[in-house]
Design a protein around this ligand. Structure first.
Ligand code: SF4
Length: 421
């Protein structure tokens, strides 16, 4: 007898060549919105400051909650004591901004090149500014990373600072837009599951704790280091599909419901109506997507769960699913649900991958901003991967919007073709 495991055991095409991705500093754009009393101080160069500014768009804040401590040439040449300068900058910032309760020192390529020890700096500054401000460091460097890893590094750095608890609880890890987080918590409340705690918390004083009776689920598939950090604190991971689309949301909820002994009858009662709504919303957008092919370049690390959603709920055919890193422990359940066929690639050698995409001529190519324009010029239809991170796409109520994000470029291309004739 053979057990069908979909693509769970499909070998990966591993590539280690040139990559085209944003660095982890990009995560600050959504993290600073979630953590309302936090400040993200990037210790980097003018390039880092420009990246943050352009990723954030042209936003003018009265009191922004992220900034860059610029390493000047003298710092880079090791002529000045960058630690002293950093202390001065932090003291200036914290005396001016009494609303800051958590300060993140964010490492960058330049700070790593000159081996500026931000861990030591965070310990020293934490002692100096405790108990008012907690200082934590993490790396957003672009060396060998992708942009969603900034969130992973940030949450993994928070985990060791969380208080210990023995209580039986559910911890949910991953930053979601507030409206989506509220929907998630309402569903879990409807199922009678609690207490529930969310990482990252909105404020430093919010009671997030962890311990051996904590079980946790991820809401984002790029949290490998956070998973490991939570396990080091004794918490137990609940493997599940990711809550994209009707099926993903239902199976994510089911994994938690089973752990907490929720009856099948209650599960059906709570999920029946939003499930039907999600199915209907997806069906509308899926009319454009059905039987179309899709090719994912590695970018957001959402690729595998999204490919599962597009193939199973929208009727698309995945040709290649590239991801910067493939953690089978995290995305294994999604891979197991997919029918064999697509190539799963990990990492990137951008020229080789472009050749494969050109040869395959997919109907839709999901890729980074830098690749999208040239591919569009070659007649391919593209979707910017970064939009998937900035748009609310999780859980039932966003399932239709998620499908719509993929159908829109195809509809636009079809409209342009009609216009040309
Ligand atoms: Fe560039 Fe590195 Fe700064 Fe990111 S951290 S903006 S990759 S220099």
């Amino acid at each position: 007898m053979t057990v069908r495991t979909g693509c769970a055991d499909t070998p990966l095409l591993r590539e280690r060549g040139q990559r085209e991705v944003f660095c982890g500093l990009t995560s600050i754009i959504w993290l600073h919105r979630k953590m309302q009393d936090a400040f993200f101080l990037v210790v980097g160069s003018r390039t880092c400051a420009h990246l943050l500014q352009s990723a954030a768009g042209v936003m003018i804040f009265a009191e922004p909650r992220f900034g860059t401590a610029i390493l000047e040439e003298t710092d880079l040449a090791g002529l000045a004591d960058a630690q002293d300068e950093l202390d001065r900058e932090v003291a200036k910032l914290l005396s001016r901004r009494t609303d800051i309760r958590q300060l993140f020192l964010v490492g960058s390529c330049p700070s790593e090149v000159i081996k500026l020890d931000l861990e030591k700096a965070a310990e020293r500054l934490s002692r100096q500014f405790a108990p008012r401000v907690r200082v934590i460091n993490f790396s957003g460097s672009g060396i060998e990373t992708t942009f969603t890893q900034g969130e992973d590094a940030c949450l993994a750095a928070i985990v060791p600072t969380l208080p210990e608890t023995d209580r039986r609880q559910l911890l949910l890890a991953g930053a979601l837009p507030d409206v989506v987080q509220d929907q998630m918590l309402a569903l879990l409340d409807g199922l009678g599951i609690g207490p529930v705690t969310v990482l990252p918390a909105a404020r430093a004083d919010d009671p997030v704790s962890v311990g051996p009776n904590t079980v946790f689920a991820l809401v984002q598939p790029f949290l490998g280091d956070t998973l490991a950090a939570l396990e080091r604190r004794g918490a137990r991971h609940l493997p599940a599909l990711f809550p994209f689309g009707e099926e993903g949301t239902t199976e994510w909820l089911r994994a938690i419901a089973e752990e907490f002994g929720v009856s099948e009858e209650r599960f059906e009662r709570v999920t029946e109506v939003p499930r039907a709504r999600a199915r209907k919303a997806v069906a509308q957008a899926a009319a454009t997507l059905r039987d179309k092919s899709v090719f994912f370049f590695p970018d957001s690390q959402l690729e595998i769960p999204l490919a599962r959603f597009l193939t199973r709920e929208c009727g698309m055919d995945a040709l290649e699913v590239g991801a910067p890193y493939v953690h089978r422990r995290i995305v294994g359940p999604d891979m197991a649900m997919m029918a064999p066929g697509p190539v799963f690639s990990e990492g990137q050698d951008v020229d080789l991958q472009l050749d494969r995409a050109r040869a395959a001529r997919p109907d839709l190519t999901v890729c980074g901003l830098g690749l999208a324009n040239p591919l569009e010029a070659e007649g391919l239809t593209t979707k910017w991967a970064i939009e998937l991170v900035f748009t609310p796409v999780h859980f039932y109520e966003q399932a239709g919007d998620l499908a719509g994000l993929f159908s829109r470029p195809l509809r636009r291309r079809a409209a342009l073709k009609v216009g040309e004739t």
